[in-house]
Design a protein around this ligand. Structure first.
Ligand SMILES: CC(C)(COP(=O)(O)OP(=O)(O)OC[C@H]1O[C@@H](n2cnc3c(N)ncnc32)[C@H](O)[C@@H]1OP(=O)(O)O)[C@@H](O)C(=O)NCCC(=O)NCCS
Length: 240
């Protein structure tokens, strides 16, 4: 079973349609720059409009009776690609090399659907994963000086409580993450379905606004970037 529902693609499709209408650009351009489709199709992060697989997708839209259905079916034929420079996974967390001296944290729900990965019951499990992750960084990448993150999740108290306060306090808003899960992930529940309340709110708001700056503000949460010295994590998970 896919981790992402058809509704997740439909929501993004509708956003791209709105962007195309407002900015008077071709829908094809909006689909490339304002949805997470390219990454979800496992094409990397070059966002090359001439990528052969992307062309198959775009050309298929011409004949598709239902373009959202075509998009969803196309996604189901594709293999997921891990984030760039991924080093190791520890349950829901993983990290990648961001530069010679920095790592980037990633979150992806692989917990049992019986409970939220962010629930109180799973705090100990999440902290144990982070402890293992930082131990791995210390041994495998000892030159690491900084820890980076980018996600809408840093808005949620249920996520923030997993990290040192000094890390969370560095969170800064990013405005250009329309192609990435750090923005779109906010619409998902743990089953890969779209949250109905957030969908309604979002679609109503994008229908009301007529310029690109305003439409970017229609997302309930912003993507936030974090960046702190790795020293802040020293001993933080030892009590886990
Ligand atoms: C994170 C994720 C698993 C949460 O889904 P879920 O477990 O079904 O969420 P729940 O409704 O059970 O909520 C769990 C907690 O998170 C909060 N929460 C989760 N998603 C929320 C949302 N979109 N808006 C508001 N609160 C949210 C809930 O309030 C709850 O907190 P609480 O226990 O303090 O009340 C889901 O959103 C997901 O998988 N998203 C994609 C992951 C992602 O974005 N990855 C890329 C990261 S860059």
């Amino acid at each position: 079973m896919s981790r992402y529902s058809r509704a997740f693609f439909e929501l993004q499709w509708r956003f791209a349609e709105r962007v195309a209408a407002i900015s008077s650009s071709p829908l094809e351009v909006a689909l490339l720059h304002y949805t997470n489709f390219y990454i979800r199709f496992g094409l990397g992060r070059q966002f090359d409009a001439n990528h052969s697989v992307w062309r198959i997708y775009i050309d298929g839209l011409t004949d598709a009776a239902d373009p959202v259905e075509w998009t969803w079916r196309f996604f189901l034929t594709r293999e997921e690609m891990p984030p760039p420079a991924l080093v190791a996974r520890f349950g829901c967390f993983s990290y990648a090399i961001a530069s010679d001296t920095a790592i980037r944290l990633h979150f992806s729900n692989i917990d049992s659907p019986a409970y939220s990965p962010l629930s109180r019951k799973r705090i100990d499990a999440r902290r144990a994963e982070l402890r293992a992750l930082f131990e791995h960084v210390m041994h495998a990448n000892p030159s690491t000086q900084r820890v980076l993150g980018t996600s809408w999740l840093y808005n949620l108290p249920a996520y923030r409580r997993l990290f040192p306060l000094a890390y969370i306090e560095t969170a800064r808003e990013l405005t250009t993450r329309f192609q990435n899960m750090p923005l779109w992930g906010q619409f998902l529940d743990r089953y890969g379905n779209v949250r109905p309340d957030m969908q309604t709110y979002f679609l109503q708001r994008i229908a009301q606004h007529r310029d690109m700056a305003a439409i970017a503000q229609c997302f309930p949460f912003r993507a936030l970037a974090t960046d702190v010295s790795i020293a802040v994590f020293d001993g933080f998970y030892d009590a886990s």
